[in-house]
Every structure is written in C-alpha cells, then in structure tokens.
Design a protein around this ligand. Sequence first.
Ligand code: ADP
Length: 329
Amino acid sequence: MPRPMLSRLLARLEKEEVIECEVEAARDSLTKSFSRKLHLTTTLWVPLRKGSEIIGMQSASHRGAKRFSRRHKRIARGISQIASLALGKAKLFEELGRANRLKEDFVNSMSHEIRTPLNIIMGYNELLREGAFGALTAEQIHALQRIDKSAEELLDLVNATLGFSRLQSQRSPVSVGEVRVAEILAELEVDAHHLNRKSSVRLEWQLTPALPSLHTDPVKLKMVLKNLITNALKFTEEGVITVAALPQGSGIEFHVSDTGIGIAPEALPIIFEPFRQVDSSPMRRHGGVRLGLYFVRQLLNLLGGTVSVESMLGKGSTFRVWLPLHPRQ
Ligand code: ADP
C-alpha cells in the first residue's frame, strides 16, 4: 500500500472503528489507481489494536456493485477485536518463551558454577579423611564425614536441577546404541554396592539368560534404573532389594523390588510429579529433591518405554520399567 494512503487511513482509524471507502469517491489518484488495479469498488477497513495502539489493519473489499451492510460492518469489527486479542496473546507467548530461555540459561550456568567448587571441596575432604595431611582423631573424621554427606546432598540437588532444566528445554538428545542388558546390570551392581551403606539390606540380581539386546540410550536407561535402586536403598531399612530383567512382549521388563516402607495408596498417583511432597511422616524424614521419579518417567517417555509401580505400606514396593527392543521411528 502506498505510504501516503496508509498514513491517511491510519489517521482516520484512530477516530473511527470502521471505515468504508468507495473507490470512485476517493479524492487522491493513488488510492484510485491502487484499488482499480485490483478491480475493487468498495473497501472496508478495521483497525487491529494492542491496547489503544493500532498495530495493523484488516480490510475486506467488494468487486461488484454491492455495498457493505451494517451487519457486515459489525462482523468486521468483531473479527478485528478477536484478531487483536489473538495477536496480543501471541506476543505474550513470545515474551514468555524468551523469559523461559533466560531462566534455563541461568539455571544451567549456575549449576555448572556450583558444581566446580563443590567437587573441589569434596576432593580435599577425601584427601583429609585419607590422612594425606596427617593423622586425624575419630572426632575429626566424623566431622569430615558429615561435611561429605552434606556436600553429596548438595551435589545431588545441583545435578537434579541441571537434569530438570535440560529435560524441560528438550536439550537432552537420545543417543541410541546396542545395549547388552547383562552389562548394564553388572555396571549397576558395582554402583549399588557403593551406595548400600546398610548391612541389613541385601541386593539380589536376577537376569533371565540369553536376553536379546536392546536398542536404546544406555546412559538414560542406566539413569532410570539407578534412580529406582537409589530410592529402594533409601526407603528400605532391612530385607532384600531385587533387580531383575526379563523378556516381556516386544521388549524387556526391569523390576526393582524392595522390602521397605512402601507407599500409601493416596500417594501413588503423585510420586511421578515434580517437587510434590508426599505428606506422610516417614517419607518426610528422608530429604530429597523429589525429582527422581519425574526424571524416570520423562526419560522413559523419550525412550518409548513405560514405568509403573505396585506398593503396600510397610511391605515394600515394586517398580516396573518396560522398554521396546527397538525405539519407535
Ligand atoms: P525423592 O526420592 O527425592 O523424594 P523421588 O521422585 O525419587 O524423589 O520419589 C518421590 C517420592 O516417592 C519419595 O519421596 C517417596 O515418598 C516415594 N518413593 C519413591 N520410591 C520409593 C520406594 N522404593 N519406597 C518407598 N517410597 C518411595
């Protein structure tokens, strides 16, 4: 649209809600030649607004002798109001997206910045405990162990925050490879052995022989199972934790069962949600970020798998993870 015509129209739309222009009645030649080119006889203009500011226009034209009725004008006004609203919402959405990206970048860089000094603290703590700087009394060792425990909790929190932010921003690409289940379980066995600090809890590994290979992301699968085993260890004071793998349909099912405190029926629907507090005293006793099971479910969504749980208060819980042999295309 020629610039002079546009500014005249905008000036009129500041005052009028709907403008109807007859091409032949137009005073300036620019408007006339522009409309004639398109064979227009009558044009209706309505403003698109953001608040009181005009941010666009909407037009409708007739090519024959027909005129616009009052009803047409009312409809045009209605459409422009709805369009203005939609444009406003889209803009808000864009601003929200930008704010969200800023928040993610902040969380990512903060998590990295915290992790580095924390690892150094833990490293020196270990050296001290091992006597690298001289012999220590039992009391000093005990104090260093407490520092280490808190540092580990802080590291878990930072790692969980980082993982949460990555999952939220979909910056967690799936890298599929051939996975031998026996190897994954053997690696987990070593990790779990280090994590288990209770002599009253035994770990059992059951592997159906000759399981087919899985085609999945081994790192993510390991994260899923490690989360479940860590929870089983956390919520079991005595008894057995069993980790099993068996064929199931067109995939493989993993079980992580424990003889721990169990989960109340009313808590079962919310344990996979992020940051939800399960409101019962024994569970409150164990700190925790409340992101572990949320990660498990999100990671399995990425891998095309599922997770379910069965539990009885005071008896124990069984978490079942199923993964297809091949990922969906
Ligand atoms: P966190 O362990 O940090 O609290 P999770 O998301 O891993 O967060 O678990 C959520 C909640 O589910 C836990 O706080 C606990 O109440 C319950 N839960 C998970 N695993 C078990 C388990 N094996 N036995 C009993 N309760 C469990």
